[in-house]
Design a protein around this ligand. Structure first.
Ligand code: FAD
Ligand code: SIN
Length: 517
């Protein structure tokens, strides 16, 4: 099938939905999403969304906290834009129907997380993301100009390459005409022509074996832009969350929000001794890169499988009001967090890098915008400050939407785009070839490109990945497309970009820690 839509939105998390709600005022919007509409990292966000709400907090304090966490390589302009627009965007989110917890005084009950000098995290208990996703989805579904289609897997962006032209990374005039999309309901590949495309496909946590990310987070958008010859940056900065629940058979790993440390939770070794003072004067509330490295170090030196988060000093009413889901989840595995310490380990959590965008969310490919975790705005630098990502998605989707609305009268559909050619392709029946390669890739990335890296480990990862790449391309070139195969290709592209950028950065900074430097 061929479709024409003014705005094509790939992804139905906070970035895609908030963009759609804005541009829908001036055109037809089609949101495509590869699973159920609500399945996204957004839905699993726990801690909340950072915004400057009340005195004594100030934009300048939040800006400085973000710059410090980013270890000196944030784009200060992106930081200032995001933080100074935080209050307005969050108020809009509330107007759209999101409920954040309040105190009995009626003021928002703000939490604090690592690296924040003030209490500034708006939250809905410990499941803020699911409340945001609920409100946005309800609003988008009710909008007459928005169509949401589930089980639609975006395979590739359409550019001049598909018209037979040579497209290389140096060209400044690459245009995006829409996307080829695998309709999982009938296995056809549809052509979506769009005036503007927003890439809001989220993170790539599944390049690692242990991650807090849902299974949809396979870096599809980053890989599509790489293939379309757009620019990506900062991919080496992978954030490991210090505290995911240690429960080895569970995938994805269940997060224990940093807000628990903000409320008084303390990290301890298995024998019950606090250890963070050895690493940072902010102790358990130091920025994530420091805490995750400290835990990794303690586990390696002591030979332990996990450390503990001791939340027993937090009042029971606070646990029940603010962290009811974590309480219930831990109880399921026999841990009563009001009496027992919680076993925790670091897990891959967030990709700070991604598709390079400017202050209006415009990528290096014309008419292609990107927002949310797949985009690289420059806000995070070498390490993201907790709870800044939901905010970043709102701010850049808003700015991208305004930019598209300004330009819409100047953009036409490209009718010459051919349909997808699947001639001569056969059904690949050996799923094990794909599933085993995914596992191997995750092992390589976890063992050699994790929290602590070395030149030697990176080189080894690069060589091992090359073999998986060659085998997968051979399968891809003879197979009918299925999402698992496309995802494997995309995981390989993301791993390649992470390793390559890690090898190019000859220093230890923020989340990129090399024993050689
Ligand atoms: P997502 O919400 O991940 O949405 C991506 C969408 O794209 C999904 O709908 C997916 O199905 C779709 N998609 C992907 N590939 C394709 C494709 N090929 N074709 C079609 N559709 C596709 N951040 C905070 O600021 N505060 C927090 O408290 C917080 N807690 C977190 C807790 C957890 C457990 C996790 C995993 C993350 C947390 N984060 C938090 C990070 C934050 O949730 C994410 O960065 C943010 O939600 C990303 O939003 P997004 O819209 O960019 O992507
Ligand atoms: C958390 O709740 O600890 C996650 C917050 C985040 O990733 O920003």
């Amino acid at each position: 099938m061929r479709y024409e839509v003014d705005f094509l939105v790939l992804g139905s998390g906070i970035a895609g939905l908030s963009f759609a709600l804005k541009v829908a005022e001036k055109g037809k919007v089609c949101i495509l999403t590869k699973d159920d509409a609500s399945e996204s990292s957004t839905k699993y966000a726990q801690g909340g969304i950072a915004a400057v709400m009340y005195h004594p907090d100030s934009y300048e304090k939040h800006i400085q906290d973000t710059l410090i966490a980013g270890a000196g390589i944030c784009d200060e302009k992106a930081v200032r834009i995001t933080i100074t627009e935080s209050t307005e965007r969050v108020k809009e989110l509330i107007l759209w129907g999101t409920n954040f917890d309040k105190k009995s005084s009626g003021a928002y009950d703000l939490a604090r997380e690592g690296g924040h000098s003030e209490f500034r995290i708006l939250h809905h208990q410990d499941n803020t993301g699911s409340e945001i996703e609920r409100a946005l989805l309800e609003k988008a579904k009710a909008h007459p100009n928005i169509t949401i289609k589930e089980k639609q897997y975006a395979v590739d962006l359409i550019t001049q390459h598909h018209l037979g032209e040579e497209v290389n990374r140096h060209r400044k005039d690459i245009e995006c005409y829409g996307a080829y999309v695998l309709n999982q309901l009938d296995n056809s590949i549809d052509t979506y022509l769009a005036k503007f495309t927003l890439l809001a496909t989220g993170g790539n946590g599944n390049v690692y074996s242990t991650t807090t990310n849902p299974i949809v987070a396979t870096g599809d958008g980053q890989a599509m832009v790489h293939r379309a010859k757009g620019h990506l940056a900062d991919m080496e900065f992978v954030q490991f969350h210090p505290t995911s629940l240690y429960n080895p058979l569970e995938k994805p790993s269940f997060l224990i929000t940093e807000a628990m440390r903000g409320a008084g939770g303390i990290l301890k070794t298995i024998d019950g001794n606090p250890f963070m003072s050895k690493y940072d004067k902010r102790e358990s509330l130091a920025p994530r890169d420091i805490v995750a490295r400290a835990i990794d170090h303690e586990m390696k030196v002591r030979g332990d499988d996990h450390v503990y988060l001791d939340c027993r000093a937090i009042e029971k009413t606070e646990i029940m009001n603010h962290f009811p889901n974590i309480y219930a989840k831990c109880l399921e595995i026999g841990v009563n967090i009001t009496k027992d310490m919680i076993p925790v380990v670091p897990a891959a959590h967030y990709s700070c890098g991604g598709v390079v965008v400017d202050e209006n969310a415009q990528t290096t490919i014309n008419n292609l915008y990107s927002s949310g975790e797949c985009a690289r705005t420059g806000l995070h630098g070498a390490n993201r400050l907790a709870s800044n990502s939901l905010l970043e998605a709102l701010v850049f989707s808003h700015r991208g939407a305004l930019d598209c609305l300004n330009k819409i009268n100047d953009v036409k559909f490209c009718k010459e785009v051919p349909d997808w050619n699947a001639e001569g392709m056969v059904l690949n029946e050996e799923m094990v070839l794909i599933s085993q390669s995914v596992k191997e890739l995750q092992q390589i990335m976890s063992n050699y490109v994790g929290i602590v890296r070395s030149d030697l480990r990176l080189k080894r990862a690069f060589n091992r990945l090359e073999l998986i790449y060659k085998e997968t391309e051979a399968i891809y070139n003879r197979s009918v497309l299925i999402p698992k195969l496309c995802e494997l290709r995309n995981l390989i592209a993301n791993s390649y970009l992470i390793i390559k950028m890690a090898m190019e950065r000859k220093e230890s900074v923020g989340l990129h820690y090399l024993v050689n430097y």
